[in-house]
Design a protein around this ligand. Structure first.
Ligand SMILES: Nc1ncnc2c1ncn2[C@@H]1O[C@H](COP(=O)(O)OP(=O)(O)OP(=O)(O)O)[C@@H](O)[C@H]1O
Ligand SMILES: [Mg+2]
Length: 300
């Protein structure tokens, strides 16, 4: 059974607080969709590949997609620099500008610090298939393992900044197109990954509210690493009264953990976001982790 609510989407944008499991959730989504017959690209954003280490791959993960050796999806790594290079060459068709940017050390340094330029290039790459520009992207869906919330927001805000700075010409037009794509929920779906703990939940709610306010989109929320005690609440409550003080203390601890979990579940649910839980998986095998994560995400 594929992930029905996401099966028509073209771009799945995964973000969340640092370390909460964004990359694993993105991998699980990619696997689930690819196994259901979709042509899927799992795209990492950044300078170095996480997935190469995760799966212990021999091949380099580069800007140009390559096949995963064992899974049915492709992998790519899009950095500001590789995306900008492509942007200048393919979209603006300015070879001289390209040379000016990349053959000159000073220009290159400037490009790297210019506000929004890397972001616009990366977002340009993410949305290029939809906008039908640049090298062909023969995928039904691109799963984007994006930055953590703050930087992800800067990525999504880049077109607006660019539109304000450059009203006319190709860059202004491209920015307008990108801005339309990221606001179109028929095309894009946002997935915010969190743990059921105070800081990630607070950050996720803030991020979700900003996505709603600035782009009019409502993300789904994935609560990751959720632990389900294989006993009922009543059984735990009873055990807290045990004469065995060690056992009673342990039961009180479990009870407190459960109460915290429920509190954060409630907090996330209050806003009406769709929430799906992925269990804490007891395995170090990347294939097992990805498969189990994908299975849990079918509920999305
Ligand atoms: N549900 C889970 N069960 C077990 N382990 C998990 C689960 N989710 C994530 N992990 C593990 O937790 C660690 C952090 O996950 P991951 O690297 O996906 O987080 P991230 O949000 O992408 O981090 P970063 O912000 O550094 O990119 C990894 O070792 C991952 O395999
Ligand atoms: Mg990651």
């Amino acid at each position: 059974m594929p992930i029905t609510s996401l099966s028509e989407k073209r771009i799945l944008f995964v973000s969340g607080k640092g370390g909460v499991g964004k990359s694993l959730i993105a991998a699980g989504l990619a696997k689930e969709l690819a196994d259901s017959g979709k042509r899927v690209l799992l795209a990492e954003i950044g300078e170095t590949s996480y997935y190469r280490d995760f799966w212990g791959l021999k091949q380099e993960i580069t800007h140009i997609p390559s096949k995963h050796p064992t899974e049915k999806f492709d992998l790519a790594l899009w950095s500001g620099e590789t995306s900008l290079r492509e942007y200048v060459l393919f979209y603006l068709k300015m070879e001289r500008l390209y040379n000016l940017f990349f053959e000159n050390k000073v220009m290159r340094a400037l490009v790297n610090v210019a506000p929004g330029l890397s972001e616009i290039a990366i977002l340009g790459k993410i949305t290029s298939g939809i906008r039908k520009v640049g090298p062909p992207m023969n995928y039904d869906v691109i799963v984007v393992d994006s930055y953590a919330t703050g930087h992800a927001l800067a990525l999504l805000e880049a077109p607006k900044g660019m539109m304000e700075a450059i009203k006319f010409g190709p860059m202004g037009n491209h920015s307008r197109e990108m801005d339309q794509v990221i606001k179109d929920e028929k095309i894009m779906s946002y997935i915010v990954v969190t743990l059921l703990e105070e800081l990630p939940v607070t950050e996720s709610i803030e991020f979700r509210d900003k996505l709603k306010k600035e782009f009019g989109v409502s993300p789904s929320i994935v609560a990751n690493k959720v632990m389900h005690a294989p006993v009922t609440g009543d059984e735990i409550a009873e055990t807290t009264q045990s004469k065995n003080s060690g056992l009673a203390e342990f039961a009180r601890h479990i009870k407190a953990v459960n109460e915290r979990k429920e509190k954060y579940e409630k907090l996330l649910a209050e806003s009406g976001s769709k929430i799906v839980e992925v269990p804490l998986i007891f395995s170090a095998d990347p294939n097992e982790l990805t498969k189990k994560t994908g299975e849990a995400l079918r509920a999305l």
